[in-house]
Design a protein around this ligand. Structure first.
Ligand SMILES: [Fe+2]
Ligand SMILES: [Fe+2]
Length: 232
């Protein structure tokens, strides 16, 4: 799979993988790329081009782990990016899914038991996801920022490995939700809305799994390397 470099045109990035659109937006880059390269556009927007490339390549290619390169970026850059992603989930993706599920429930003609089960399952998933995000925003990220800005002031007994909880639980839940709909939906609903909801879940799953991968394979090792430096 292609690895993008700074001389590629920004337009080729979107043509190759439109799932990258929200990733590009999180960097504050807007459409209207003309024939500019990735480097041109990053410079115009005062974005670190190498960091941008590392993130889009990680999203585009599951096997791409530029660990050495990532260990040289500031964790502040990474935290800033991860926070923007959380905002995107909370302010855009989750409300979109709430809305589609609401429409789907309204479209149900009779005996809507499956939809009630799906609704309960979705609500549980959403609560767990929000708790996880909240935990990162209030405990993990502040710890990382404090470690970078004021390493001597953090409790030497704490470690990112204790802070950052496992992602597997939330990952499994969204997969179960999709399977529940695909396998057990009774045909008492509007099929276009249901397909739209399912497609949104598929896309969200890709995005959130990549987000978790960046936290697990980049943020955590980066912070561990800082912890090791100060703790010998
Ligand atoms: Fe996160
Ligand atoms: Fe996470």
């Amino acid at each position: 799979m292609k690895i993008f470099n700074k001389n590629d045109k920004m337009v080729t990035l979107v043509r190759a993988n439109y799932h990258l659109l929200p990733v590009i937006s999180r960097f504050g880059i807007r459409l209207g790329f003309k024939d500019k390269t990735i480097e041109n556009i990053c410079e115009e927007n005062k974005i670190n081009t190498d960091f941008f490339l590392a993130i889009v390549n990680t999203f585009h290619n599951e096997n791409y782990f530029p660990e050495e390169q990532f260990l040289q970026f500031s964790p502040l850059l990474l935290v800033q990016y991860l926070r923007k992603t959380h905002r995107y989930y909370i302010e855009y993706e989750l409300p979109k899914m709430d809305n589609l599920l609401g429409q789907l429930k309204k479209s149900c003609s009779s005996g809507c038991k499956e939809l009630e089960v799906i609704d309960a399952f979705y609500k549980r998933y959403k609560t767990e996801l929000l708790n996880h995000i909240n935990d990162e925003e209030t405990r993990v990220f502040p710890y990382v920022l404090e470690l970078v800005n004021n390493p001597r002031s953090v409790d030497p007994n704490f470690s990112i490995l204790e802070y950052e909880k496992e992602h597997s639980n939330v990952e499994v839940q969204i997969n179960d939700l999709k399977n529940l709909i695909i396998k057990y939906m009774d045909p008492v609903y509007d099929e276009n809305i249901c397909n739209e909801f399912l497609i949104t879940l598929f896309r969200f799953e890709i995005d959130i799994n990549d987000h978790a991968r960046i936290e697990d394979t980049i943020l955590v090792p980066l912070v561990v390397s800082i912890e090791d430096k100060y703790r010998g």
